[in-house]
Design a protein around this ligand. Structure first.
Ligand code: NAD
Length: 453
């Protein structure tokens, strides 16, 4: 028998009682989630430090504050989101009531990755609670300290009948996925995304896939190179590059590369000092497996900046690679580490052609003072999101949907988009029993007179 059948059945029983549908229950659970973040801030930061030496400020911003913003935003807007949406009617339904009811899906599964181990399970959880669902959370087993904290502490804040945490890796996730859920929300890599989608297909379960890929960053010739370099190094080195929306590689002309390299070197030294290994503000790679994978990428092209590694500490220095061929490993797989390859292209049209010859990324970035050039790249490429002159920041806006397209994902969330993702939009028409004479026009027999109407 499937080891999770009992758990899923008990959550389904709680779901059928209807208690998660009430505004009071949703609000109480969102407030409890907010309390968890406040009360357990220090253990959360400690767990992140233990998992990947995540710097305190980075953890506070990305794992606590952004989640707290989502909780507060949902609490402030929940009542208006929950309201029925009355819609335009046609001639024959003028006297009736037509509306969209936002209903919870039911029992939802949220599967998270290790790189932002709390954010990427709790931000979806905010949407799932706000929409009135029961939820099973499956954090990543790789970020084991955070997994332990979530499994041991979070359930004591939430209604245990309706919310549960399951721990474990691929084996446990596979067993969990054999059960029927009403919605699945997965964040991880595209290969595992295909496995999750195949499992969902056996039950025809709808799902969101938040996946990864290579985010290109085109740097135009006339840019202010030091500003560009500061922002690129910040985006590439935040969480030691283990960020799905980090700029993955740079496309620019050979002349721009010559100006960009000293600016990148300067930014790295300014941020992390002469030896970034000594900096408290630079994280480590999550696991030996990831360390070895990223270290192997340093063999692509030529190391222009950095390149130092320390296996014992799982340290990889902020690194810039040049002369990288598009066929080399650093340009074939998502880097997911503090390594930035530069590929030279003669002009923006070649950069656009390069981007369009590859899988659609989670984000396309462009650095350019010329807004016409920014719009040219925007109009002629396709990606989940788009950022001009700064990486990552677009995802901090709760008013923008966050998600991928094609190989980088399916669906979106954040703010109201999360509520909509975790809701079924039920089409409702409440007719009156009157006006039967008008209705009779559509009943058989279909006389010549009716056909002429
Ligand atoms: P992953 O796909 O290896 O793991 C994600 C989850 O799936 C984990 O909980 C894991 O236990 C489970 N899992 C792993 N292999 C499985 C299998 N064979 N069968 C069933 N379940 C399995 O991803 P990861 O390494 O934890 O995270 C890194 C990836 O996630 C990168 O590709 C990154 O770009 C992507 N990511 C995307 C976003 C986004 O919002 N789009 C955010 C963060 C990370």
């Amino acid at each position: 028998m499937n080891p999770y059948l009992g758990l899923v059945s008990s959550l389904r029983a709680a779901w059928l009682t209807g208690k998660t549908r009430t505004a009071e229950h949703r609000i109480s659970q969102l407030e409890a989630l907010g309390r968890f973040l406040d009360d357990k801030k220090q253990p959360i930061l400690d767990a992140m430090a233990s998992d990947m030496r995540k710097p305190r400020l980075e953890a506070e911003l990305s794992e606590v504050m952004l989640v707290k913003n989502e909780v507060n935003y949902a609490l402030n807007n929940l009542c208006s989101w929950m309201k029925d949406e009355f819609v335009v009617k046609n001639l024959v339904t003028q006297l009736d009531t037509a509306f969209i009811r936002k209903e919870p899906h039911g029992v939802v599964l949220i599967i998270g990755p290790w790189n932002y181990p709390l954010h990427l399970i709790l931000v979806p959880l905010v949407g799932a609670i706000a929409a009135g669902n029961c939820v099973i959370i499956k954090p990543s087993e790789i970020s084991s300290s955070t997994e332990k904290l979530v499994a041991e502490v979070l359930p004591s804040y939430l209604d245990k009948d309706c919310f549960a945490v399951v721990t474990g890796g691929p084996t446990e996730t596979t067993q969990l996925l054999e059960n029927k859920f009403d919605y699945i929300f997965f964040t991880g890599n595209p290969q595992v995304g295909k496995i999750v989608m195949a499992a969902a297909a056996t039950h025809l379960t709808p799902l969101t896939l938040e996946l990864g890929g290579k985010n290109p960053c085109y740097v135009a010739d006339e840019s202010d190179m030091q500003n560009v370099a500061n922002r690129l190094v910040w985006g590439r080195c935040f969480n030691a590059g283990q960020t799905c929306v980090a700029p993955d590689y740079v496309l620019c002309s050979a002349e721009t590369q010559e100006k960009l390299l000293p600016a990148l070197r300067h930014a790295i030294t300014q941020f992390f000092g002469p030896d970034p290994r000594e900096s408290p503000d630079f994280a480590r790679i999550i696991s030996d497996k990831q360390f070895q994978r990223i270290r192997a990428l340093l063999g692509s092209g030529r190391v222009a900046i950095g390149g130092q590694t320390d296996e014992k500490e799982r340290y990889i220095a902020p690194t810039v690679l040049v002369d990288v061929q598009p066929s080399e490993p650093a340009m074939q797989e998502e880097i997911f580490g503090p390594v930035l390859p530069i590929v030279t292209v003669p002009n923006v049209d070649e950069a656009i052609a390069f981007i369009n010859s590859r899988e659609r990324p989670l984000v396309v970035y462009v650095f350019a003072a010329d807004s016409k050039l920014v719009h040219r790249v925007l109009e002629r490429t396709s990606s989940g999101g788009f950022g001009a002159n700064d990486p990552i920041m677009h995802m901090t806006l709760l008013s923008l949907p966050f998600g991928g397209i094609g190989n980088s994902g399916l669906g979106s969330y954040h703010g109201k988009f999360s509520f909509d993702t975790f809701s079924h939009h039920r089409a409702c028409l409440l007719r009156s029993m009157g006006l039967e004479t008008m209705n009779s026009l559509r009943y058989p027999p279909y006389s010549e007179r009716k056909m002429g109407l």
